[in-house]
Every structure is written in structure tokens, then in C-alpha cells.
Design a protein. Structure first.
Length: 575
């Protein structure tokens, strides 16, 4: 995928390639080279802010490091809301959360009420419907979207006035010119990092999806202290897809601000819950974990001094979780207030400095970016004297997919301890987060493959796991037991060369740049990201039209499999 955010444009299989290119072209309305407002974070707060600012005539760009918008509900798998306040929702809000087109996918006959999506006092949601609806709404409102892109710095002029942001993607480092900046990142972690503020992540929450749950199962189940669960309980919420589908949420204490460690802790706890499901309740004796959240909810504490903000810098700390429908109505009102006073940008400011996590440096940018004949409102960023965290490792494995984890396991057998860097919070790549649950090419009958599959099946049986979860957990368990380090949420955004060899790799990890020096680098990123930055020749798409095919990506079907379903487990939002 290129820099163009084409994800939500490809809504249905009836779209032709020509129609797709036209819609992409129509969506690239900003030819001025700058934005009135750039928003960091495409959760619900960023979504509402972008829509409201666009209604006021502002040119808006919204960015998110994730693959789709709606991370705070869809990504965290919190697919329920208390119905308190739903009577105040208008038709547009109801259609966003429960669109008409998903009705034939609802397999729970006990649902009723608004959009036939309510169970008792909860409104139930589909992740696929929400994230696609959000992206579609952003695009048709003339808002530019960049996904899988992380903001790592804010550019200011001599008067300490915001005049742009610096961003990182798998294509490199770029500068975006803007007059105002709004940070609505999870827990305001970007603002805390850039300003060097002290904070602490006290607690986290995680959600797993169960199947095979008896309808008599209580909503709250008690556990003892040996489980390591906050409040000594877990909570169950009805699923929308099938009668025995439930979502189980739990919270846990953390002792680090390292998001990779927190995500690893969440999954280890989730698997332990799976292992002890029959012990948790007799109504869960036949249950299995078929899926879990893409990321955890975070409880962040620490004061933020807004007097430290540059002029034109704005921040809104959204709630850690949305409990009921009224929360989202209130959020909409708040974001309308936040964006209500933001002015138009006249592009008469010259960037002088970049403020980023770890320092401040002189700003310099290059030429405007062009892609596939389109002129993008981005400029190449020229890194100068960046003071970033550096570390040296003997072996760096870029990519924690099928090949990357195999490389790590192989290195372990030879007594090495590699550092693995991975964009997603789960290991396994296309065979886990990509949903490709079977082998369709290659050495399927190889001794090592057979041995691996036996071990993964054993993990699935022991921990009561299904679909792609046993594989990703197996890799996590093996690497954790061996003491291997994994950096999750990492975007490879540049390399430095020593002669014809890669000397170091530059990462952007949750808004922070890191440079990794390694004696040996293995590029298993899937798209050859490191090879690209090192200058390797490449071509993309077929020779005739340049069309690419999303072949190594499937959805995980539920019962029954519905034609043209909303792809509720789809990590990307393309067809």
C-alpha cells in the first residue's frame, strides 16, 4: 500500500479499478500543500474533531499509527455500550454504529431494540461495520486520512507557533505543513512524550472473544488473587454474531510504561484465563477463546501543563473506555468546542525547530512528494542532528511474521538472542493477524512444519484457543521463555548504510524514534522495507496496470459464513 489512504474507498467488490482511481483522485482535494488542522489519533475523539472541523470549512488531515480508525472501540474489541443516552442519538449516529447493511449478519435472535442490536441494557456492535463507517465518513467529508503513519515531532517557527508536524511511515520521514495541531492519542501519550512529562500507566484492560458459552453464565465471575486480575473478577458481555459468542473483559496492574511489555502481559494473562475457563465457571466448560483485542486499554496518570504547549498546539484526553451511549454524545459536543475556535491557516510561517521525544533540533525539509501521478501535501523530511535512543544488538529481525518468528526460533537454537521488531502487537504476520489459517503453497509436509503444527495444536488444546490465536500465542510464549526482546508497534522508517551493508535501522515506536545498530539484519517485513531504504530495486503490482492483490489476507468467518460480510476480524479495511 502506498502513502495514499485507499482503504475505505474500496468498499465493495463492485468497484472497478478505474472507479477506484477516480474516487482516490476526488478525495485528494488538498492541492495547496498545507492543512488548517492535523489530528493525531483516529479514535472516536479524533473522528468527531475531524468531522466538525471539516464542517467549518477547515482543511483537515487525520493520522493514526494503526491500520484503521476506531481503535478505542473496534481495536480494543469493546463491542458493547450501555444504552443509557441512546434516545438522544440521531439517525446518523445510529447508522454509524449499527448500519442497515449488517442486519443479515446478526445471528443472535435475542436482540431487539434500536437497529435490532440491543441485549438487555447494552447496545452491541460489529467492529467491521464501525471502522469502515468511520473511514467512509471521513473521506466523504473531504478529510484526508493517513493510516499506518505515526507522528513523531511538532514543527514550530521563531515565535513558538505550530507550523507543521513530522511523521514516519514505512515509506520514510515526512513533513506536513499545518496551522493547528490536535493530539488525541491514547492517554495523550504523544504529548506527554514530546513535552518530557512524567506519567505512569497504572492499569490496563483487555478483551477476549469466547465461543461455546452457556447462556446461563453470570455476567460477573469472581477469581482469586492467584489469577493476577484487578478487582478479582472478569466481566462478560453478549456478542452480536451468534448465541454462544461472548466478550470477556479483565483488568490488570502494570509496573511499566513500556507498551510492548504491557501487550505481552495482556496476552499471557488472557491465555491463562483460557486455560482455566472450566475452573472459572461450569458454564464455560466447553468454551474457547477464538479471538482477542488488537490492543489494551490504558489507565494513564500524570499532570499535563498546557502552558508548555506551543501556540496552535491543542490536546484532548479522551476517556480510557466509553461506558455508555451518553459518553459518545458528550464526546461529540466536547470535540465541537475544541475545534470551534481553530482558525484557517495562511501558510506564512517558516519552520525553525522540530520538537520531538528526546530533544529539539533545527528543521529542514525537502521536495514535495509525488506518487502515481498525484501530488501529495507531504514533503520529504531531512533528518539533521536527531538525538534518539540508540542500542546495539548482534541480530536484528525486522518483522515478526511467519518468517521472522521462524528466524528468531532458529537463532535461539544456535544460542543467539535476537531483537525482533514488529508493527502489530501479535506475532505471526499473515498467518495470525492476516487471518491466513492454512498453508496453500510451500513445503507443507516438511518435518519442521509438521513439528511446528503439532506444538501449536498442543498449545490450542491446553489453553482452549481457536482460529489464529494459538499460533500467535505459541510464538509469544516461545520467545518470552527464551528471554527474547520484541518491540511491538514499530514502524521501520529509514536505515543508515556503511558501504553496501545496513549499519542501523531507524524505527518509530509509538511516536518515539529509535535507532538500532546490528551486526546482522534480517529483513522479513513482508514488503522488503529495509531493502527498499537500502536502495534495492523493486517493482509493485502487475506489469500491465500496477494492480496489487491482497492475497495473503483473509478474514476469519463465523457461523454461518455470510456472503459479503463486514469482515469483523479484518486487520485492514480493503477488499
Amino acid at each position: 500500500m502506498g502513502l495514499l489512504s485507499v482503504g475505505g474507498v474500496l468498499i465493495g467488490p463492485e468497484f472497478t479499478y478505474a472507479e477506484t482511481l477516480k474516487e482516490i483522485s476526488d478525495s485528494l482535494h488538498n492541492t495547496s500543500g498545507f492543512y488548517d488542522l492535523v489530528i493525531n489519533g483516529a479514535g472516536m475523539a479524533g473522528f468527531y474533531a475531524a468531522i466538525e472541523a471539516s464542517k467549518r470549512g477547515l482543511k483537515v488531515l487525520i493520522l493514526d499509527k494503526r491500520t484503521s480508525p476506531g481503535f478505542d472501540i473496534a481495536g480494543k474489541r469493546r463491542l458493547w455500550l450501555n444504552t443509557n443516552g441512546i434516545r438522544e442519538w440521531d439517525d446518523a449516529m445510529i447508522d454509524l454504529f449499527c448500519p442497515e447493511g449488517e442486519r443479515n449478519e446478526i445471528g443472535e435472535p435475542a436482540l431487539s431494540g434500536v437497529a435490532r442490536s440491543c441485549y438487555k441494557n447494552e447496545l452491541l456492535l460489529f467492529a467491521g461495520s464501525l471502522k469502515k463507517g468511520m473511514l467512509r465518513s471521513l473521506l466523504v467529508n473531504g478529510i484526508d486520512v493517513l493510516l499506518m503513519t505515526d507522528i513523531w515531532g511538532v514543527v514550530v517557527d521563531n515565535q513558538n507557533q505550530v507550523c507543521g508536524v513530522t511523521i514516519a511511515s514505512k515509506h520514510g520521514l515526512y513533513f506536513v505543513s499545518c496551522g493547528s495541531f490536535l493530539d488525541v492519542s491514547d492517554g495523550s501519550l504523544f504529548t506527554r512524550g514530546v513535552l518530557g512529562l512524567a506519567y505512569e500507566i497504572k492499569e490496563a484492560g483487555f478483551v477476549v472473544e469466547l465461543e461455546g458459552v452457556s447462556p446461563e453464565c453470570p455476567n460477573i465471575l469472581s477469581v482469586d488473587t492467584s489469577w493476577g486480575i484487578s478487582d478479582n473478577c472478569v466481566k462478560l458481555h453478549k456478542g452480536k454474531k451468534f448465541p454462544d459468542q461472548y466478550l470477556l473483559e479483565f483488568r490488570f496492574r502494570v509496573s511499566t510504561n513500556d507498551l510492548s511489555c504491557i501487550e505481552r502481559q495482556a496476552r499471557l494473562l488472557a491465555a491463562e484465563i483460557g486455560k482455566r475457563l472450566p475452573e472459572l465457571s461450569p458454564f464455560l466448560s466447553e468454551s474457547k477463546i477464538r479471538y482477542w483485542a488488537l490492543e489494551s486499554s490504558l489507565s494513564v496518570v500524570g499532570d499535563i501543563d498546557e502552558t508548555m504547549f506551543p501556540k496552535g498546539y491543542h490536546m484532548f484526553t479522551a476517556p480510557e473506555i466509553y461506558t455508555d451511549c451518553e459518553d459518545l454524545s458528550s464526546l461529540y459536543v466536547n470535540m465541537r468546542k475544541v475545534t470551534g475556535m481553530m482558525p484557517r491557516y495562511h501558510n506564512d510561517r517558516k519552520g525553525k525547530f522540530v520538537i520531538y521525544v528526546g530533544g529539539k533540533t533545527v528543521f529542514a525539509c525537502g521536495d514535495v512528494v509525488r506518487e502515481d501521478g498525484f501530488k501529495l501535501p507531504l514533503y520529504d523530511y531531512i533528518p539533521k542532528r536527531l538525538s534518539v535512543t540508540e542500542e546495539n544488538v548482534p541480530l536484528l529481525i525486522a518483522g515478526g511474521g511467519t518468517a521472522g518468528t521462524a528466524a528468531a526460533l532458529g537463532a535461539m537454537r544456535k544460542g543467539m538472542t535476537p531483537l525482533v521488531v514488529e508493527y502489530f502487537n501479535d506475532l505471526g504476520g499473515t498467518k495470525t493477524v492476516g487471518g491466513v489459517s492454512s498453508y496453500y503453497f510451500g513445503f507443507k509436509d516438511h518435518k519442521l512444519i509438521k513439528e511446528l503444527e503439532v506444538q501449536i495444536k498442543s498449545v490450542a488444546d491446553t489453553y482452549h484457543l481457536k482460529t489464529t490465536i494459538p499460533r500467535s500465542f505459541y510464538f509469544l510464549k516461545k520467545l518470552s521463555e527464551a528471554g527474547n526482546s520484541v518491540i511491538h508497534g514499530a514502524i521501520v522508517c529509514n536505515v543508515s548504510m556503511k558501504g553496501r551493508s545496513v549499519d542501523s535501522v531507524l524505527l518509530c515506536e509509538n511516536g518515539r524514534l529509535r535507532r538500532i545498530f546490528a551486526r546482522l539484519v534480517v529483513d522479513v517485513t513482508g514488503d522488503g522495507d529495509i531493502a527498499y531504504f537500502a536502495g534495492a530495486k523493486y517493482k509493485m503490482g502487475d506489469s500491465r496496470m500496477g494492480i496489487t492483490q491482497n492475497y495473503s489476507h483473509w478474514d476469519i468467518p463465523f457461523r454461518p459464513k455470510v456472503k459479503n460480510y463486514n469482515r469483523d476480524y479484518d486487520i485492514l479495511i480493503i477488499h
